[in-house]
Design a protein around this ligand. Structure first.
Ligand SMILES: Nc1nc2c(ncn2[C@@H]2O[C@H](COP(=O)(O)OP(=O)(O)OP(=O)(O)O)[C@@H](O)[C@H]2O)c(=O)[nH]1
Ligand SMILES: [Mg+2]
Length: 390
């Protein structure tokens, strides 16, 4: 073998080694941020194959070693990019307007009258009750307004509106802790359990929340512990799939919900996700059965990790009736926050105040429609503005 041939072989070999190194590095750098084994494994396999085929080309000799082509990876599923959460509550204004908001129309007109006599105050109180504010808060608001109108003597609409805003804000209570993201733990995910009667929007809310969390760069895992309804796990998994969030579910209909929840939390710990969200059934043969089931899920999950947050989902359109159901839940599980769904379908925004009063738990999120990003963190100031300007 001539010297020049040996030199050529050495050069080709060196170039091939460098090419393999470059491709392996580029592939690694491209890997999306995902902690989940299924996707990560698939990625690693394709990366490995890319490097291997390149190595084969390189060692087959001659020019092919230099003319390396980009490896072809299997197409990644097209994931949704959820909207940021900031400013979402502003949509409420438009949606309450559509449903003829009671606060803005009736109250302000009444309060701006030249003389507010006893009859008018009664009418104001009636308006507040019709907006689902609840008896006690309605009386408090009327008393506070009467007092202020008496002292200030001003009937200018702008002034009256400002007074109403302030008094409403007090009732909604801006001092409550409304953070819907539990404090992170160093060694395990945060666990959120979602409860509520059937049809209120639990599964939809978890789906929307998974999107919010993904938008906030959190790794999420869902647990389909509603095994009562056959299609429930599929519904949840579909939401998760859209944003690349995995769902732990059972293939067996009617499987023990507590074991599914336990498996989900275990998987969440193993996969080092930030948050595990557990969906639960809203309907069972009877109330006692439902409550027993929730109690069991909680006990079993807590063998692995404490539940950080129990979100109770309530449908705003059921008004005061929903409150009765809510009380039963709060007796079994320690509800730490309310998600008020379907606020887009009611003119009775006062239900926020009634719920917080009766349950002693803050509204943390509100549902504003059926769209995937129609879930907004609850903000008292924006909410009161939406009520008054609808
Ligand atoms: N307009 C409106 N519809 C909503 C909202 N949230 C949920 N929904 C709808 O309410 C219906 C029931 O929602 P689900 O999420 O299946 O309710 P669920 O509580 O999981 O019901 P079960 O699993 O049967 O207990 C669906 O048609 C949702 O699209 C909302 O904020 N606004
Ligand atoms: Mg459901």
């Amino acid at each position: 073998m001539s010297d020049s041939l040996t030199l050529t072989i050495i050069i080709v070999a060196v170039v091939a080694v460098v090419a393999i190194g470059v491709i392996a590095f580029v592939t690694k750098g491209r890997k999306p941020k995902t902690p989940y084994t299924s996707e990560r494994d698939a990625d690693d396999v394709s990366a490995g194959q890319g490097a291997q085929s390149t190595a084969e080309e390189a060692t087959s000799g001659g020019d092919t070693a230099i003319a390396v082509e980009e490896p072809v990876f299997p197409a990644a599923p097209q994931l949704d990019v959820p909207e940021p959460v900031q400013g979402r509550l502003a949509r409420l204004r438009a949606r309450l307007t559509k449903s003829n908001n009671m606060f803005s129309k009736g109250l302000l007109a009444l309060l701006s009258q030249d003389t507010i006599d006893e009859d008018v105050w009664e009418e104001i109180e009636e308006n507040l009750l019709m907006a689902d504010l609840g008896t006690e808060p309605a009386l408090e608001l009327v008393d506070a307004l009467r007092e202020r109108v008496k002292i200030e003597g001003s009937k200018a609409p702008a002034r009256v509106k400002a007074m109403l805003r302030e008094e409403l804000l007090k009732l909604v209570d801006p001092t409550l802790d409304r953070s819907y993201l539990p404090e992170p733990h160093a060694d395990r995910p945060s666990i959120i359990m979602v409860v509520g009667v059937n049809g209120v929007g639990k599964t939809t809310t978890i789906g929307k929340m998974a999107r919010v969390l993904v938008a906030e760069d959190k790794d999420v895992l869902l647990g389909a512990a509603d095994t009562f309804r056959a299609a429930a796990a599929e519904q949840l998994a579909t939401w998760g799939d859209r944003v690349g969030v995995p769902t732990v579910r059972s293939d067996i209909d009617g499987a023990d919900p507590a074991s599914v929840a336990f498996e989900a939390v275990s998987a969440g710990i193993d996969q080092e996700v930030d948050i595990v969200m557990i969906d639960t059934a809203g309907r069972l043969q009877n109330k006692v059965g439902l409550m027993d089931e929730l109690g069991k899920i909680k006990r079993v999950v807590e063998k692995k990790a404490a539940i950080d947050e129990v979100l109770l989902v309530l449908d705003a359109t059921t008004g005061q009736n929903g409150l009765q159901q809510a009380k039963v839940f709060s007796e079994v599980v320690n509800v730490s926050g309310i998600v008020l769904t379907k606020l887009d379908g009611t003119a009775k925004g006062g239900i926020v105040v009634a719920i917080q009063r009766q349950l002693g738990v803050p509204v943390k999120l509100v549902g504003l429609g059926e769209g995937p990003d129609d879930l907004a963190p609850f903000n008292p100031e924006d909410f009161v503005d939406a009520l008054l300007e609808g």
